[in-house]
Design a binder for this molecule. Sequence first.
Ligand SMILES: NC(=O)c1ccc[n+]([C@@H]2O[C@H](COP(=O)([O-])OP(=O)(O)OC[C@H]3O[C@@H](n4cnc5c(N)ncnc54)[C@H](O)[C@@H]3O)[C@@H](O)[C@H]2O)c1
Ligand SMILES: [Zn+2]
Length: 332
Amino acid sequence: VNWSTLDDLSPALGPDSLVVVDTRVLRLHPKLQTALHGHPVLGLRAGEGAKSLRTLERIGHAARHVTRRGRLVAIGGGTIGDVCTVAAHLIKRGIDLVHVPTTALAAVDSSLGGKGAVNLGGIKNALGVFHQPQQTHLIKSLFRTLSPTQHREGALEAWKMVVTLDAGTFKRWSQTEPDFSTLIQQARRLKADICRRDPFETKGLRVVLNFGHTFGHVLESATAFRMRHGDAVGLGMLCALDIGVALGVTPRAVAQRVESALPLMPRARQVLAMTFKRTSRSFIEGCLRSDKKRESIDPMMVLLEAPGRWRLAPVPPSTWQKAVRQWSRGEG
Ligand SMILES: NC(=O)c1ccc[n+]([C@@H]2O[C@H](COP(=O)([O-])OP(=O)(O)OC[C@H]3O[C@@H](n4cnc5c(N)ncnc54)[C@H](O)[C@@H]3O)[C@@H](O)[C@H]2O)c1
Ligand SMILES: [Zn+2]
């Protein structure tokens, strides 16, 4: 990881750039305001609502002055990064993209790998592109305003990679909680390696990054995105572990070890129970059907064989339906 400072940003700014920035980050960081002063800037409110066609339109208008050789600088969390990735892909049929992730989640995950998407109605990431960033600046001072919850969300995406890809780091992290720099460094290393080997998700490798996301997306949709992405992925990993146990892929002892290591939200199992109790089976089925990773009639899920060893497997309806009933009762 190369840590940057605000000064390192200045070569990326200028008349042939558009900076798209999370207005909250701008408000919290007066030095960032100073650094951006006098440059073309579009402020956006972050959140799933930002990942929309309407936002793309706004960015497109604001970037009218940018030439084919210009660049889009995205300063914010995963939602700003995702919509800017799509915009950079479309503006002048593709301009340079500079990521400045400001959430832990964006630093460990979304600012790496070139994926961007917008939502369509309730369908998460319905329209997306691959567009690799030319530069990524990780600026430590910008992360200082993150809350413990925001740190947890990034940590959960980092654990997702460690649990599925790196048994040694999983063991170390289970014994001693990693500090922020280590967390970002290790997770980026693991993700970069996967994306290098499977840049366009055609080789069956990159799908591992979807661990916890099948039911994570169901939970996000079921709560109309009130449950935040990282937390939903955390609970989604519990679901994937339980489904793995039910299908005989995940040994129960492994599932228990991983569950107790994950930095989940407080009362995770109760939250899971409450959410599923309120959600109809047909709604869940609809979400699973729209899951892009689905290649067969049954939803496909990344399941854990052991720390660092995973497998993609079809999940028969009877299995997930039984699991949903158990989750609703608060059982694992
Ligand atoms: N493209 C990918 O490969 C990929 C990977 C993982 C997740 N994602 C996407 O990322 C999104 C989630 O990212 P996110 O959690 O960063 O969302 P986000 O952009 O909504 O940010 C979360 C919250 O943090 C605030 N925030 C941002 N930086 C801050 C700072 N420095 N201090 C204080 N508050 C700050 C934002 O204003 C927002 O309220 C989801 O849409 C998910 O689908 C994409
Ligand atoms: Zn994610």
